[in-house]
Each structure stands twice: as structure tokens, then as C-alpha cells.
Design a protein around this ligand. Structure first.
Ligand SMILES: [Zn+2]
Length: 788
């Protein structure tokens, strides 16, 4: 290349560089503006931030406008044109900017003072200070190294500079919120390593199926595994005796507490009170709606996305080649868990239709329902509807939710009624009815047998406890145990509908405390003495935790400044989401402390959250819950989204369900969350309403793969996420995703089982560790300041 050509190249560059800088920054903001009402606020905030800064920003912007010219002069002097041309590749421009800015600041005397960059400029400084594989040489395996282009070695600078007070303040706030979450999670025994069922000596009964593949000899071993339903025998279950040491009662907030028998003041744990909780919640809401904090988090998230794009651009080929070389394993035979599916909608429509027709043919004379003072047979029910088996089709069943349910959760709820008739729902889709749920049990057995045949798909079914009477738990447990709805492919979550206002209106309960009592008293009784409810004890071993469900878009009106405790909540209005969640949390926390002491499995909170309504729900769940479902509203609260990223809170997302209810498929933030590294999984929500095929989970993955252009590696990573988020016992997870799955980074990955290349895991781990190190580093600055 001759000197003239260099000049042309560099002058091109000097003309292009400034506009390309704008181009790179703007698309992100604009794209976000399309689907993000608050994005315009963020842009405004950033602009404000820049305007309000004293002059140093002007230096930077003028630097940006000029630097290519200056730099080109310098480069010509240094004769290092090749590097310059490579570096100004438009694709990597977004990551290169900060380096240019800081390089220049050391060169130009006029901008020397911007060694300490303004807050807004520092936010964009992206590079990992010390990549972790440098710190620990033993991890430095060839297979884990990924490319990130030519990046400057100026990372140390982030740590050695005197940080601006704004930055220290922002990071301290992040740290404060994270500390709150840790406190609430640990107190309620929700961390995976606190749960006795994850200990090596935990007995899973019936025993897990024997593996049919020997990894050492690489051969298939013929094994015969009986289905769990044939193995399971209730009489084989061990039922422990009474615990004389501890007892339970309730405190001044009407939360359940556990105390030493005979001494109500000696508590098993100090659970935060209602007042503490609302104070912490208000504090976090205050922080997350603060302008500078929002734009700070927004920038960090933009950076994470840009970093992913660069990673993907440079490493896609290597990822694919690793997974091609991986024997036997592909997307179809990696384990995946449907992390969010409602049990009463777990079958698809065609399946339900066939089942109804079958029953009409073979059990027409069976008495199935008690209505208006008389017992009706199935045939009489259909006669009263003016229908025969022949008339029935998917269209008459009318349970699909596609067009008429958008933003109409009320209409969606009606879709649970076959042919729009609540009596058919009662007969076919309830566990507690005249036929004691035998039809639903039968159809569940069929769904489970499909799951067991497919082997690699597993479901966490959500099943209701309403809180209308004290015997609901026993009835549900008896339904599961007596019908032997037991399978290694299935675990249960208990969903609590937020329907106090309806029970109150119909006179079933007097106040909110009645609901809490109906939900929790049996659980404390069975923990104190499992022999008092033996079936419930055995059922609870298969229960992972609690969910809170209903229409989130209903307005939470704050008609009290200070909320009354449940026994004083006699109003007709429903308590707000945050209040429901607290009362689930506080009693579960005491219960878990007790269960952990007794060596019983503990329960977590995994509520529906951020599907619609107030984004405040997400803050509440961040503190109290182990994971959430949906979370699509996180796109409107960048600070909270950043917290969900840092703590890797599990989010079970269902874009197909959102598409029918709250957000069209193309606007779903799922692909963004995934790129940024949030801990997301795919789930079906309600196959009965949303799916067309016999494999709803594969359908969900397949639509996502096509619309969002997910690669095979992406899908396998999502499947791995779903296993890690799920509530299966550690020894089963070990079999599914690798014996060291609980370890961080590459050490926790077993590509032979997960089909996710080590470089992908290493990239995610490095990126997250860097963010966490930054938070720690800057937040500690503020602690020093306080100490001085
Ligand atoms: Zn749901």
C-alpha cells in the first residue's frame, strides 16, 4: 500500500468516523423506543446528564468529533496504518470508542483533565479488567478461549483511576439492592445449596431410571425401566414422627412463626416484618426510578448486548464446529424442562377432544356432576347442552386463545371452559369434583406417559390451592398419591390465585387471614408431625415451591398509607400484589427454616411477575422470589433488569403466550434478554390454549428459533438454563447436565451432556464476573469513604 492510498483511507476514515459513532449509538436507542415507552425517557435522561456535566463532556464530544483527524496524523507519523484500518472496522466501533477517548486524553494537552472521565463516559468503558482465565491458569484450556477482536490493554485503568462520586454512588446503590436480595433469600432458605434435597444423601423415591448409555465405553446398555406409576407404592414411603422440639404460632403481623416448644419468644429465625419489607421495597423502588441510575443501567445493558454481538460475530463458527464434533448429543436429546406450565392446561386441544369423545362413547352412563339438586350422567350433561359426540370439534371446543384475548385476561380465563361451559371444566379439568378428579387424573397419566416416552422433556406443573378451606391440601395430596400421578419427568408447583375479593364477596372468608390460614396451617401441621397428613408429606417431597397467579394488569390501588395486617383486612378490595407476595414469603420463610432443620425439602417462590401491570411487582419479586415467570416488563425498568442480570434470577418466558395476551411476538424482549445474558428459559404456559402439537415445548423452541434466529447452540444453552432453573434434586440434575453443574463457569459445564461449547459458557462467565467485580470495586470505595 503506498502513501497516497493511506491518505485516502485515513481521510475516508476521518469523514466517516464521527457519523458512524452516531449511527452506532442511535439504532440501539431507536429500536428500544419502538417497543419501550420509557426509552424516550432514557434518552432524555442521558441528554440531561450530558448537559448538566460541567464542560468535561464537551471535551469528550469534541474529542470524538476530532480524534480521527488527530489520530490519523499521529498514525501516519507512526506508520501504523494497518492497525488503524482494522480497528476502525464499523462492526467493532462501538467497543473501540472508549479506548480512543482514553488514548487521546493522554496525548492531547487540552483534554488532560478528562483522565477522570465524566460519569456518563465511564459507563461505556467496557473491557474486563483481568480476564479470569489469566488469574487461574488451571482453567486456561484451549477450548475455552474465545475471540473478542483486538482490544486495548487499558482495562486496569478502570480500577486505578479515582472514580467519580457519581459512579461510586451508582454502584453502591446496585450493591445495596443486591445485599437486600441476599438477605431475604438466605433467611427464607431459598438458595439451592441450602435445600436438603440437593444434598448427596437425599433419597429420591422411586429411584431415578437407570441410564441407558455408558459414557466410558460409549455403548448403549440395554436397561428396562419400569414407569414410576408401577414402581411407586405409598406403603414403602417412610413417614417420620412428631417433632417435639419446635412448635408454630403466629406473630403480630399474622405471619406464621416457628418457636421452641413452650417458649414463644425463642424463634427459629427473625423474618423481616411487614414494615421492614415495605421500607426495603420503597427504598428499592426509589433507587430504580432515579434518573441517573436508570440511564446508568441502560448503558450497561446496551454494552452487554454489544459485547454479545461482537462475541457472536467472531466465535459463531468455532461454536458450531465444537457442537458438530460432539458425539451423540443434539438439541433433541439434551434435557429440557418446561419451567412454567399450568397443569389444568397441560394437554393440547386435540388430546382433550379425543378424551371427551372417548368418555362419551365408553362412560356415557357414569354419574359425573351434581348440579341444581340432581346427579347427572355424562350423557345427560351433553343432552342439556344439545350436543352429541359427533358434533364435537376443535372449533366447538373453542379453547384456543389467539385473537380475541389480547389484553383481555378475563376472556382468557373463560377459555378454560370447553365449549364455554363451566360444567365441562368442572368435570374434565378439576381435581376436586364429584368424580374426585378421576378424568383429569386419567388424562394427566396419558400426558405423562408421552413425556416419559420422549424422555428428554420434563414439566413443572402448577396446580391450584385456593385458600378457601383447610382440607384443600389433603384432597390434592390424596388425588396425586391415590391416582399415582408420580413421574420422574414431573414436579409440582403450587399456584395461589389472588382471589380474596371473590371469596369475600361470596362470604367464604371473613378476612384475608382466613385465606392465609387455609393455605399455611396444614403445611405447618405436616412439618410438625408428618403422620398427621401422611399423603401430604409424600406429595410435598415432589413440590418445588409456590406461584402467585392472576391478572396482573388489574390496578393495585394503594388506598392505605400503611397496610393493615391480614386479620384486620376485612375490606372488599383485593390486597395488592406486593402484599400477597409478602405473606407468601414470610410464612414460607419460617416453614423452610423448620423443614431444613428436619431434613425435609424446602420450597421456593416462583411467582408470575412482570407480565402486565405495575413494574413495582418486579422489584418485590427481586427481593422475595427465587425466580419468576414472564418478566416481559423488565424491558421498561433498566435498573431492575440489570439487577436481575447480576443475580442471574431465573426467568421462565413464554413468548407464544404473551403473543396471545399482552405483547406481540416480534416485540417480545426475550431475544434481548438472552443476548445480554439474563438467565432465561422457554416455557409453554398453557399448551391447551396456545399449542397445536403433541410436543408443546418443542413447538415453543421451534417458533422462537425461527423468528429470533436462534442457533442450535443457543437452543442448547436455553435447555441447560431451564434445567438449572428448575427444582429437580441435585443428583438428577447431575445426571442431566453434568456432575459438577453447580460450579461456576466452564468447570460446571459438561459439553457431552449439554451440547453447549465451553467457549460459550466461558464468555458468559467472564462477562458476568467482570460486571460483578466492577460493582464490588466501586461499592467498596464508598465504604472506605464512610469509614474515613
Ligand atoms: Zn402462566
Amino acid at each position: 500500500m503506498d502513501a497516497d492510498k493511506v491518505n485516502t483511507n485515513l481521510s475516508d476514515l476521518s469523514l466517516e468516523a464521527a457519523p458512524s459513532h452516531d449511527d452506532v449509538t442511535n439504532p440501539g436507542l431507536l429500536v428500544d423506543r419502538e417497543d419501550n415507552l420509557d426509552a424516550s425517557d432514557d434518552v432524555a435522561n442521558q441528554m440531561e446528564l450530558q448537559l448538566s456535566n460541567d464542560g468535561s463532556d464537551n471535551n469528550i464530544s469534541s474529542m470524538n468529533a476530532n480524534f480521527s483527524y488527530h489520530e490519523s496524523q499521529k498514525l501516519i507519523q507512526n506508520n501504523s496504518k494497518h492497525i488503524a484500518v482494522d480497528e476502525h472496522d464499523v462492526n467493532s466501533a462501538i467497543l473501540e470508542q472508549p479506548r480512543h477517548a482514553s488514548n487521546l486524553s493522554t496525548e492531547s494537552p487540552t483534554t488532560k483533565k478528562s483522565r477522570t472521565l465524566s460519569a456518563s463516559a465511564q459507563h461505556t468503558i467496557p473491557e474486563p479488567p483481568r480476564p479470569l482465565w489469566n488469574k487461574e491458569p488451571k482453567v486456561k484450556k484451549e477450548t475455552t478461549l474465545y475471540k473478542m477482536g483486538m482490544l486495548a490493554e487499558d482495562a486496569e485503568q478502570q480500577f486505578s483511576e479515582d472514580p467519580s462520586p457519581e459512579l461510586i454512588d451508582l454502584y453502591s446503590k446496585v450493591q445495596e439492592c443486591r445485599d437486600l436480595r441476599t438477605k431475604y433469600q438466605t433467611l427464607s432458605v431459598q438458595n439451592d445449596n441450602q435445600n436438603p434435597k440437593n444434598k448427596p444423601d437425599w433419597k429420591v423415591y422411586p429411584y431415578p431410571p437407570k441410564p441407558s448409555y455408558n459414557a466410558d465405553t460409549k455403548t448403549v446398555v440395554p436397561v428396562f425401566n419400569k414407569p414410576d406409576v408401577e414402581v411407586f407404592d405409598f406403603n414403602q414411603c417412610e413417614i417420620p414422627g412428631i417433632d417435639e422440639e419446635w412448635d408454630f404460632g403466629s406473630n403480630g403481623d399474622d405471619s406464621y412463626i416457628v418457636h421452641k416448644a413452650g417458649n414463644p419468644d425463642d424463634l427459629i429465625a427473625d423474618i423481616p416484618t411487614l414494615r421492614d419489607y415495605y421500607r426495603d421495597l420503597d427504598k428499592m423502588i426509589g433507587i430504580s426510578s432515579d434518573g441517573p441510575a436508570k440511564s446508568f443501567a441502560f448503558r450497561r445493558l446496551q454494552y452487554l448486548e454489544a459485547r454479545w454481538n461482537l462475541y457472536y460475530l467472531l466465535n459463531e463458527y468455532q461454536e458450531t464446529s465444537v457442537s458438530k464434533r460432539n458425539p451423540h448429543r443434539d438439541f433433541y436429546n439434551v434435557r429440557k424442562v418446561d419451567t412454567h406450565v399450568h397443569h389444568s392446561a397441560c394437554m393440547n386441544q386435540k388430546h382433550l377432544l379425543r378424551f371427551i369423545k372417548y368418555k362419551l362413547r365408553h362412560s356415557a352412563e357414569e354419574k359425573v356432576i351434581f348440579r341444581d339438586g340432581q346427579l347427572l350422567t355424562l350423557e345427560e350433561v351433553f343432552r342439556s347442552l344439545n350436543l352429541t359426540g359427533y358434533d364435537l370439534s376443535i372449533d366447538t371446543l373453542d379453547m384456543h386463545a389467539h385473537k380475541d384475548t389480547f389484553h383481555r385476561f378475563d376472556k382468557f380465563n373463560l377459555k378454560y371452559n370447553p365449549i364455554g361451559e363451566s360444567r365441562l371444566r368442572e368435570i374434565f379439568l378439576k381435581t376436586n369434583n364429584y368424580i374426585r378428579g378421576s378424568y383429569l387424573a386419567e388424562i394427566t397419566q396419558q400426558v405423562i406417559s408421552d413425556l416419559e416416552n420422549s424422555k428428554y422433556q420434563n414439566c413443572e406443573y402448577r396446580i391450584s390451592i385456593y385458600g378457601r378451606s383447610l382440607d384443600e391440601w389433603d384432597k390434592l395430596a390424596a388425588w396425586v398419591i391415590d391416582n399415582k400421578i408420580i413421574s420422574h419427568n414431573v414436579r409440582w408447583l403450587i399456584q395461589i390465585p389472588r382471589l380474596y375479593d371473590i371469596y369475600k364477596k361470596t362470604g367464604i372468608v371473613q378476612n384475608f387471614n382466613d385465606v392465609c390460614k387455609n393455605i399455611f396451617q396444614p403445611l405447618f401441621e405436616v412439618t410438625k408431625d408428618p403422620r398427621s397428613h401422611p399423603k401430604l408429606h409424600v406429595f410435598l417431597q415432589r413440590v418445588i415451591g409456590f406461584d402467585s397467579v392472576d391478572d396482573e394488569s388489574k390496578v393495585d390501588r394503594r388506598f392505605h398509607r400503611k397496610y393493615p395486617k391480614p386479620s384486620l383486612w376485612e375490606a372488599d378490595q383485593n390486597p395488592p400484589y406486593s402484599y400477597y407476595l409478602y405473606y407468601l414469603y414470610s410464612s414460607v420463610a419460617s416453614l423452610n427454616q423448620w423443614r431444613a432443620k428436619r431434613g425435609f425439602n424446602t420450597l421456593v417462590l416462583r411467582p408470575h411477575c412482570g407480565e402486565a401491570g405495575d413494574p413495582e411487582h418486579l422489584v418485590s419479586a427481586y427481593m422475595l422470589a427465587h425466580g419468576i415467570s414472564h418478566g416481559i416488563l423488565l424491558r421498561k425498568v433498566p435498573f431492575v433488569q440489570y439487577l436481575y442480570y447480576l443475580d442471574q434470577v431465573g426467568i421462565a418466558m413464554s413468548p407464544l403466550s404473551n403473543n396471545a395476551l399482552f405483547l406481540t411476538y416480534d416485540k417480545n424482549p426475550f431475544p434481548r434478554y438472552f443476548k445480554r445474558g439474563l438467565n432465561v428459559s422457554l416455557s409453554t404456559d398453557d399448551p391447551l390454549q396456545f399449542s397445536y402439537t403433541r410436543e408443546p415445548l418443542i413447538e415453543e423452541y421451534s417458533v422462537a428459533a425461527q423468528i429470533y434466529k436462534l442457533s442450535n447452540v443457543d437452543m442448547c444453552e436455553l435447555a441447560r438454563n431451564s434445567v438449572l432453573q428448575s427444582g429437580w434434586e441435585a443428583q438428577i440434575k447431575q445426571h442431566w447436565v453434568g456432575k459438577d453443574f453447580y460450579k461456576e463457569g466452564v468447570e460446571g459445564n459438561d459439553v457431552v451432556k449439554t451440547n453447549v461449547p465451553d467457549i460459550r459458557i466461558n464468555y458468559r462467565y467472564d462477562t458476568l464476573s467482570t460486571e460483578l467485580e466492577l460493582v464490588h470495586h466501586f461499592a467498596t470505595f464508598s465504604r472506605h469513604a464512610v469509614e474515613i
